[in-house]
Design a protein around this ligand. Sequence first.
Ligand SMILES: [Zn+2]
Length: 104
Amino acid sequence: MSKKATICVYCGESGKLTIDHVIPKSWYKRFKVPKRMLDTPGNRVMACFNCNQAKANKDPKEWLQEKPERLQHFQRHARYLSDFTKQLAGLLPSAAGHRYSRTL
Ligand SMILES: [Zn+2]
């Protein structure tokens, strides 16, 4: 197993972990993509039971932004996510360009 499996990417909990799909698999219809495109290592993270339960089928971006520390933690530990996943989750800087446009 790689190092990424040792802590929850959302809160840092190191107890019993479960596999979470950042973009819920059931969302393939919403994005009009083949279901298998959401069942890849680039869309899977390790999450503690509590986070996995709390996240469920919520919008990943909204859920992450509910708590700034959760988003920070996620961005620090989920670098192995595919760009495809980040893009769908609205987590790529380019996908949220307007937020950075005023940066000098
Ligand atoms: Zn957690």
